[in-house]
Design a protein. Structure first.
Length: 107
């Protein structure tokens, strides 16, 4: 299971909990233990807190992954792009060198 799968499952579980919380509050309102405005306020507060937690979790994972990749010594996309540019330049220099050498053979 990848980190992405873990985060996705946690977020989906959070949505399920959020739905259960909403049902629970609606049940309290129906039984008269909470007013509709109190219930709506409670659901909103809980929803806002869940959204904030989801955002914080996403930011945390986003910052942790590059650090983990760096510790594992895995090259980044930028590192690979730099290497590809260097390889293209070297290939062009080799082709130019071989072209110059071939033209000297003709003379």
């Amino acid at each position: 299971m990848t980190v992405f799968d873990i985060v996705r499952n946690a977020i989906l579980a959070g949505f399920g909990v959020q739905e259960k919380m909403k049902d629970f509050v609606e049940d309290l309102v129906k039984r008269g233990e909470l007013s509709e405005s109190q219930g709506a306020k409670l659901v909103k507060e809980w929803s806002d807190k869940a959204d904030k937690t989801t955002t914080e979790l996403s930011e945390m994972v986003t910052s942790i992954i590059p650090m983990a990749l760096e510790k594992m010594n895995i090259p980044s996309k930028g590192d690979i792009e730099v290497l590809n540019e260097q390889l293209a330049k070297l290939s062009a220099r080799i082709a130019a060198f071989e072209g110059a050498r071939d033209s000297e053979k003709i003379l």
